[in-house]
Write a protein that binds this ligand. Sequence first.
Ligand SMILES: C[S@@+](CC[C@H](N)C(=O)[O-])C[C@H]1O[C@@H](n2cnc3c(N)ncnc32)[C@H](O)[C@@H]1O
Ligand SMILES: [Zn+2]
Length: 266
Amino acid sequence: MGLICPVCGEKLNREDNRYVCARSHSFDIARQGYVNLLPVQQKHSLHPGDTRQQVLSRREFLEAGYYAPIAEALIETAKDFGISGQILDVGCGEGYYAARLSDALGAPLIGMDISKEAVRCAAAKYKGKLWLCATASHIPVEDGIAALVTSLFALTVPGEFRRVLRPDGFFFQILAAQDHLLGLKSIIYDRLDFKEKDTVPELPGFSRVMSIPIRFPFTVEGQQVQNLLSMTPHVYRISKDGAERLKGTQVLTDTASCVLNVFRRA
Ligand SMILES: C[S@@+](CC[C@H](N)C(=O)[O-])C[C@H]1O[C@@H](n2cnc3c(N)ncnc32)[C@H](O)[C@@H]1O
Ligand SMILES: [Zn+2]
């Protein structure tokens, strides 16, 4: 599987229900089917990454299909570029996009996230994939194993992503655009600050092949309004008044707007 020990960097070998390195560092495969490869020294808080509540909200929202056009764009683009081979999704969350991409391409998947709750949720639903609790800054896989690395609404660590990619590998990055979820933002904030956002970044060690805008309207009702808030970073920034206003919102029509950047190893 190409895993390496997050403590010493030696190759990990599977032994029954655990992975072990030559120096006897050992990592159990959890009952739900994921492997925790996040040692304490790479943890910067007790429960890093998204909380259980955020993970469950994202699961309920994505499962309802509101963001299916994003999954479709990923699949179509991967097929257009003829990508086949190992996929590695960094910051995979509860696994919605990565599992669909892997199934559509018939390609093996490693999904990793720093949130144990996220990979637990992913592993419980999507079988036959490898789900890891690990950090993007120390990806516990060998050099050059991935045909495709993806980071979808998650962080980008160019050096690590380049290291794990095959020389002919691709990196797909999805970034929220300036006008993403303006409907939600205009309810929860008193005024909207327009900070210029770079949605087509230059990445060291990569060349950008193309950038595909993805933009579509959708309407959520009832609990899905709260789920939408909960899966965005706005859940941390919302004011008490903003939260009250959103509670009173039964139906919300909004626009999802993001950019799919396709990079190759330079
Ligand atoms: C906005 S969510 C996106 C999840 C998923 N890609 C999706 O679009 O549904 C960002 C994810 O990045 C994870 N994350 C945050 N810091 C991370 C890190 N250092 N390494 C790996 N994952 C991280 C969070 O736990 C969260 O699941
Ligand atoms: Zn080790």
